[in-house]
Design a protein around this ligand. Structure first.
Ligand SMILES: Nc1ncnc2c1ncn2[C@@H]1O[C@H](COP(=O)(O)OP(=O)(O)OP(=O)(O)O)[C@@H](O)[C@H]1O
Length: 309
């Protein structure tokens, strides 16, 4: 059964088309990741899903309730953690949590089981003002506040942006535990490494969904051979590869460059070209595509389309 059903949603702000005919569903109990760069339309979509913004066209139901006609009942059943400003900076940890419980007519004690794991990490700081917590702690408190009325569906808009790597990892472990308790979770992120932690991912760019699939299956859409290339001078390497007639795309990925070629150009031909250009310490390896490679290829495909498509 689907917990979230999005059908043909479009939204414009004046001349900016923020969402263009977006449709997809999220299954009950699923951890679904919406992956896309800044400005892709993630926040706009979240605001429509949590009843804070009206779409120009299309329909959405969450837990079987329409986001427009049933918005009051729906607000009781969803938790929303916006990208910013969800906490009262001058209230303490405990006061923030009590406040959010109270506005939903609940108490911290009533739903403590759901937040216990997370709240225990915050307990030593329960009298500290939210504004004085670290980024990672703020995220944990904001998550507790979004959970305190025991929602069925949780919407998390870029919860790990600006949070250190250790806290990001911990945050995703918390999400897996919440999923195990039956929650449906829709989470957005600009970080590709987090995509692999979701049950399914949707790629969004320029207000359009480019692909939806499991993290493993989505990489099957990347059909061309992919090579990781390294050399003594990465700067010169990228210049030369981008000028090569066989290059379709070439990006820096960590320490190496990821290269896709045209017309079946193989490893020997790439090597010969780079040796002719006097590159040293060359390493060329055929590699399987990752989620980020797939997203980049889909984005390029979209960019290559005429603007009216
Ligand atoms: N209130 C607004 N008025 C005008 N344009 C807006 C408004 N809100 C968003 N936009 C524009 O709509 C597009 C989608 O923005 P949105 O915030 O939904 O994207 P996003 O993927 O959440 O990105 P970010 O992470 O930067 O918030 C962008 O081009 C943005 O500039």
């Amino acid at each position: 059964m689907s917990a979230i059903v999005i059908e043909n949603i479009s939204k414009a702000y004046g001349p900016t088309q923020a969402l263009h005919d977006v449709s997809f569903t999220v299954k009950q109990g699923e951890l679904f990741g919406l992956i896309g760069p800044d400005g892709a339309g993630k926040t706009t979509l979240f605001k429509i899903l949590v009843t804070l913004l009206l779409a120009d066209k299309g329909q959405v139901t969450v837990s079987g309730l329409d986001v427009v006609s049933d918005y009051k009942r729906l607000r009781q059943q969803i938790g929303y953690m916006p990208g910013r400003f969800s906490l009262y900076q001058d209230l303490s940890v405990q006061e923030n949590l009590s406040f959010f419980a109270t506005i939903f007519g609940s108490t911290i004690e009533a739903n403590y089981a759901l937040i216990k794991d997370i709240y225990e990490q915050l307990a030593p700081f329960k009298n500290r003002r939210a504004g004085q917590l670290s980024g990672g702690m703020k995220q944990k408190l904001a998550l507790c506040c979004a959970l305190i009325h025991k929602p069925e569906v949780l919407f998390l808009d870029e919860p790990t942006t600006g949070v250190d790597a250790v806290s990001r990892k911990e945050f995703w472990e918390m999400l897996r535990r919440l999923k195990a308790q039956g929650l449906t979770i829709l989470v957005s992120t600009p970080y590709m490494d987090e995509a692999g932690l979701c049950d399914r991912v949707g790629f969004i760019q320029n207000g359009q969904i480019l692909a939806i699939d499991t993290p493993v299956d989505v990489t099957q859409r990347f059909k061309k051979p992919l090579y990781a290339v390294r050399a003594g001078s990465t700067y010169q390497l990228i210049q030369d590869l981008r000028q090569a007639s066989f290059t379709e795309s070439c990006y820096a990925f960590g320490e190496s460059l990821h290269l896709t070629t045209r017309n079946g150009t193989d490893k020997q031909q790439i090597e010969q070209y780079l040796l002719d250009k006097k590159h040293q310490e060359l390493e060329i390896e055929r590699i399987p595509p990752g989620i980020e490679d797939t997203f980049m290829a889909l984005m390029n495909q979209q960019a290559g389309q005429p603007a009216n498509q």
